[in-house]
Design a protein around this ligand. Sequence first.
Ligand code: FAD
Length: 464
Amino acid sequence: MKEISCKLLVIGAGPGGYVCAIRAGQLGVDTVIVEAGKPGGTCLNVGCIPSKALIHAAEEFEKVSHMAGGKSPLGISLSAPVLDLGKTVAWKDGIVSRLNSGVAGLLKKAGVKTVHGWATFRDGKTVEVETETGSQVIRAEAIVIATGSAPVELPFLPFGGPVISSTDALALGAVPKKLAVVGGGYIGLELGMAFAKMGAEVTVVEALPRVLAQYDAELTRPVVKRLAALGIEVMLGAKARGLSTKGDALVVETADGKNVKVAADMILVTVGRKPVTEGWGLDQIDLDRTGKFIRIDDQCRTSMRGIFAIGDVTGEPMLAHRAMAQGEMVAEIVAGHKRSWDKRSIPAVCFTDPELVTSGLSPEEAKAQGEIKIGLFPFAANGRAMTKLGEDGFVRVVARADNHLVLGIQAVGQGVSELAAAFGLALEMGARLEDIAGTIHAHPTQGEGFQEAALKALGHALHI
Ligand code: FAD
């Protein structure tokens, strides 16, 4: 059996793992990364990137369909567009494949050795990898677990046949006629809205009284309005119970306790993701857990010396940029730098229509810490938003009442994902309302809404 040794071994080449390995390589750490699938993990292959490609194609299709229907106020009309989902998926696969090669190239450039195969712990310093050409043993001084997460499967709606996961939804050959989405979180709504724009009749079944329930109702209102405008039926307080006997409908228990059938030729189950903690020998190393996640400290150290864990396997928020930031930090710790988690905010974006961004504390969380000021500026009063037919939505800034330190920023509106960078920067730099209000924002841009929201909190907004 082939045996190699290294200073750092990273298991999993998702955004957490590959960033960790690249940074370690840059710092001269002798690094090996093991990946069973393709470089880039969930995010690049079956998550962030392919879903955003599909969402973009759906948006474009909806736009031209709207014009073909003679409904565009822009004075543009055209004949009925046709969507070839096979070609859309092939285009999306092309992007993924280019990025796969990009990640592989970056690892190589950083001097990282990649081993393809499934890794299993033998003990706290040794891992065995099943490669195509046989087993390989890797001994390492430090090991990073970056094994990510997988879709949660409901026992009464197992994946297969008409019941699909987000991974399957990104590779369909044709748009389903009737799609039932179980779970009204961000993945379900992003994909459900995209398929509705492509022509599917979509029903969302959500057990809680609201969709996107982790956000406040003011923030999600424009999304809820758009769901209705797209003809998406949303069943709240409703529980999926299983497939109908004929397999052509989803059985749903409604909020008032009745069982109804929702006709569906496909059922997309998006009820959350679970950490990948099985199949790689966790029992050999006996790490402490918090619930189902691996427990880590503020340096991503696990309960076993020399073993770190990063990304989705360590808990919420399960987001690619959190995994990357943890990966970068761990690489620097292994290289001997003094680092620990000191981030003020991990922004979150829902690529729904309209998009939704949160950074830092919500008004409720901020209120719990003391007196606050809130400034909200609606895009209905923003020239750029008007020119893009994107007036629904707003930017909201939350700050301490005493010294005006900005604690949280939220936005909902067309294209606001691009404002996440400015929001994150303001929070990391410890901006006060006056800093945002005093920054010249280019005109006409939606970013002006950020400045105006700060001015509003200070009591002197200029355009409202
Ligand atoms: P992963 O990306 O899950 O990577 C783990 C890797 O480890 C995998 O490649 C796996 O093959 C490998 N692996 C596991 N076990 C082993 C083993 N024993 N041996 C070898 N290899 C192993 N996040 C965002 O921030 N923005 C978004 O817009 C967004 N959209 C999403 C859309 C969808 C549909 C989904 C499903 C997820 C989305 N996410 C998004 C979440 C994001 O994909 C994850 O947070 C991110 O991928 C987590 O990174 P990670 O490195 O922890 O693990």
